[in-house]
Design a protein around this ligand. Structure first.
Ligand code: ACO
Length: 435
């Protein structure tokens, strides 16, 4: 895997009067690793790195990001090439298996997925007991957890056949689940998947078809949706993926591990940002705020306002996914005949930000969430559905990363240390002696 297989010399670290030798792990690209595990035993020190700014939790072969150069590759393939030529299910196989599938393997996988998109009537019932006003991410997390109850034959994390079944069931049923969450919120009857329709066509039809009407969308609609899912499919050790790996490291089953990923993704600093961006742009429009004035609010630390859809822990240049989505937004809106002033506001806000010293100094650029909502909105999705769409896209990445983690023979349960800064020992005070 490595372009250069030579061993990296160990690192010699001087701590007080001790010299410690730490082994290294050579990266095939990007930052090499220094193995700090022996540090505790040899020095009594733990490494403290809040927010994991400099902690690699694992070695992985799945996704490579160069945040300075704006590079994203799945299994070595540039995101731009995959977005242009591949399909979501092909990318899912690539992420999970490590290679682009042969045509017959892809077809067999698509057929297997197609067979399992259906949800039993018992499963469909759960959508009717969730409050209609519930945020779709809350219902999605509950539904993914419930899968562990509905498919007990696929729970054994250490049985490859069970994991393979759980993988297919989850990828197959997720679009159906997400469409049902939407339909329930709309008060519409739940539809069934149709054999012979593609994954994306089934998803769009089950979501949008109105009673007694046909659902038809132009090719550009399906292609754009498929591409957006590809762009979200993996992003190495982000917050939700790390959550999935951590939960799975306890050998929790795949469904319950992924449900943890759904929870993490719902946060506005992570996947919830796509919804927050749209709300922010609507707020700017509805209150007729000049983008420059809005930017002054963002720069005023006391305001607590952030420019949603901007900034990234890893990218310190333009997020390559955002570049693709930005180009796509113009093209899709034109092809769908949608004129959206929020797109004009987004362009304006971006321009103001990119020429402002605050953003330049901090190297803050649009991330993938900045333009995606505008495309989803043009397709007819309400803002509350944007993060579930992100979850559908991220599903293959969560699964691939979980499978890589569970297959690692050297794998250990994830259990961080802490630096305790609370009280030393003190004695219990009876209630009548407390102030
Ligand atoms: N608006 C205004 N200021 C920002 C923003 C922003 N969007 N992002 C970062 N900054 C500032 C911070 O205030 C900080 O300034 P300081 O050095 O003066 O204190 C500096 O830039 C560094 O920011 P951190 O928050 O330390 O960076 P971190 O890597 O911890 O956070 C994050 C990254 C969470 C993505 C952040 O940029 C953010 O909140 N962005 C907005 C939310 C968003 O779009 N999230 C989606 C991320 S992509 C994804 O999950 C798909």
């Amino acid at each position: 895997m490595s372009a250069d297989d030579r061993e990296l010399a160990p690192i010699r670290l001087e701590i007080g009067d001790k010299v410690i030798e730490l082994a290294t792990t050579r990266a095939s690209q990007g930052n090499h690793g220094m193995v700090i595990t022996p540090l505790l035993q040899q020095t009594g020190l733990v490494s403290l790195d809040p927010g994991f700014l400099n902690t690699a939790a694992c070695a992985s072969q799945i996704t490579f990001i160069d945040g300075d150069a704006g590079i994203l590759r799945y299994r070595g393939y540039p995101i731009e090439q995959l977005a242009e030529h591949s399909t979501f299910l092909e990318v899912a196989l690539l992420l999970m298996r490590g290679e682009l599938p042969a045509a017959r393997d892809l077809e067999a996988f698509e057929t297997r997925i197609d067979k399992h998109m259906y949800l039993s009537d018992d499963f469909r019932q759960i959508f009717s007991v969730m409050p209609r006003r519930a945020h779709p991410m809350a219902t999605l997390g509950a539904a993914v957890n419930m899968m562990a109850g509905f498919y007990p034959e696929s729970l054994d994390s250490l049985d490859p056949a069970a994991v393979s079944l759980a993988t297919v069931l989850m990828l197959a049923k997720m679009p159906t689940i997400i469409s049902y969450i939407y339909r329930r919120a709309q008060g519409n009857a739940l539809l069934y998947p149709k054999h012979g329709q593609s994954y994306i066509e089934n998803f769009a039809r089950m979501t949008f078809q109105l009673p007694g009407e046909r659902f038809d969308a132009p090719e550009v609609f399906y292609r754009a949706l498929d591409t957006l899912l590809i762009l979200h499919a993996d992003h190495e050790q982000n917050c939700s993926t790390s959550s999935v790996r951590l939960i799975g490291s306890a050998q929790a089953n795949l469904y319950m591990s992924v449900a943890g990923g759904v929870s993490a993704l719902s946060g506005p600093l992570h996947g919830g940002a796509n919804e927050a961006v749209l709300n922010m742009l609507s707020h700017i429009r509805d209150n007729d705020i000049d983008p420059k004035d809005f930017m002054n609010q963002v720069k005023d630390r006391r305001s607590g306002v952030r420019l949603m859809g901007f900034g990234h822990r890893v990218y310190k240049s333009y997020d390559p996914r955002a570049a693709i989505v930005k180009r796509q937004a113009d093209a899709v809106l034109e092809a769908l005949g949608v004129k959206d002033e929020l797109l004009d506001i987004a362009h304006e806000v971006e321009q103001v930000a990119l020429s402002d010293d605050y953003f330049i100094e901090r190297r803050l650029y649009p991330n993938v969430d900045f333009y995606t909502g505008i495309i989803y909105r043009a397709m007819g999705f309400p803002a509350s559905m944007f993060t579930p769409l992100f979850a559908l896209g991220r599903l293959p990445g969560w699964i691939a990363q979980w499978r890589e983690m569970i297959a690692d023979p050297a794998g250990k349960i994830g259990r961080p240390r802490q630096v305790y800064v609370g009280y030393p020992k003190r004695d219990y005070l009876p209630l009548d002696q407390r102030k």
